[in-house]
Design a protein around this ligand. Structure first.
Ligand SMILES: Nc1ncnc2c1ncn2[C@@H]1O[C@H](COP(=O)(O)OP(=O)(O)O)[C@@H](O)[C@H]1O
Ligand SMILES: [Mg+2]
Length: 265
């Protein structure tokens, strides 16, 4: 089976912020498991899509969640007219046929689920399928990447120490203002000046972090504002729709955010 449907055909736009492309390429060449850290909406998913395209490898993404079981990752027997048939899960597909497997928001998964990746992340590079009584040796192109946002999680929902230590990490964050403006302008198809205004709003909103906000407006949110504006919505209404209302239900914080918007417009 080829993984044709997991191939990325067009270059996903990614604006490098530091040496992350070089570092990832080096880690990939040694198949070193990678962890992408940082808050939501700062480019982690876009980065891995770009890297998969750059390296010419299929990318299999799994959005991890609380109810996910090890079977959701490795596979299960399903009833079929012909009897019970084994179906490889996304992780097994990547291991068997050689893809980059991206486990997005890995902390959302329960710890007993995440231990299935352990034998893949050391020199053994194997995946035991216990129910099938099979031990798969990873394809030479198999590469494991996870995303991990330590900010929101409680200690109960953290990664096991023994899991964390298996990964090399790249830190993502909100880029410097001129770079973020370049990204927003490009992604939203917006002029440079307006993009700069949006970035200023984003930066000021981030100062509210810790004053009731988990995070300020992310790059993703600024892109969303920009897209509404490019479609003809005014600045204040676009900000209300994509930043102020989604980010908090607290009336005081909403007022504070609206004031930031008014001050920047
Ligand atoms: N460095 C970057 N280069 C290009 N686009 C970016 C970058 N950082 C953020 N973006 C934009 O922000 C959006 C959200 O980024 P995403 O990768 O989905 O965030 P994350 O996975 O970290 O939550 C992207 O769809 C893209 O429009
Ligand atoms: Mg993402």
């Amino acid at each position: 089976m080829d993984l044709d449907r997991y191939r990325i055909r067009r270059e996903p736009y990614y604006r490098a912020v530091g040496k992350e492309i070089e570092l990832f390429t080096a880690a990939w060449s040694r198949r070193m498991p990678m962890m992408l850290k940082g808050p939501t909406g700062c480019g982690k998913t876009r980065f891995i899509e770009h890297m998969a395209w750059r390296l010419g490898k299929p990318l299999i993404t799994v959005a991890c969640h609380e109810d996910m079981t090890a079977s959701d990752l490795v596979g299960r027997y399903l009833l079929d007219p012909a009897g019970t048939v084994w179906h490889d899960g996304p992780l097994t597909l990547a291991v068997r046929h050689g893809a980059i497997c991206y486990l997005d928001e890995i902390v959302e998964a329960r710890q007993d689920t995440t231990v299935v990746i352990h034998p893949l992340t050391d020199d053994r590079r194997v995946l035991p399928l216990e129910k099938k009584n099979e031990l798969i040796e990873a394809h030479p192109d198999f590469h494991l990447v996870i995303s991990y946002n330590p900010g929101y999680q409680s200690v109960l929902k953290d990664l096991k120490e023994s899991t964390k230590q298996r990964f090399a990490a790249i830190q993502f964050g909100y880029p410097e203002a001129p770079v973020e403006a370049e990204i927003v302008a490009r992604e939203a198809d917006l002029d440079a000046e307006t993009a700069q205004v949006l970035v200023r709003i984003g930066q000021r909103s981030r100062n509210l972090k810790g004053h009731g906000l988990d995070e300020g407006a992310s790059t993703r949110m600024l892109v969303q504002v920009g897209r509404l504006m490019a479609a003809g919505v005014g600045l204040e209404q676009a900000c209300e729709a994509t930043i102020v209302l989604p980010i908090t239900d607290d009336p005081d914080l909403r007022d504070a955010l609206s004031e930031i918007v008014a001050a920047c417009s």
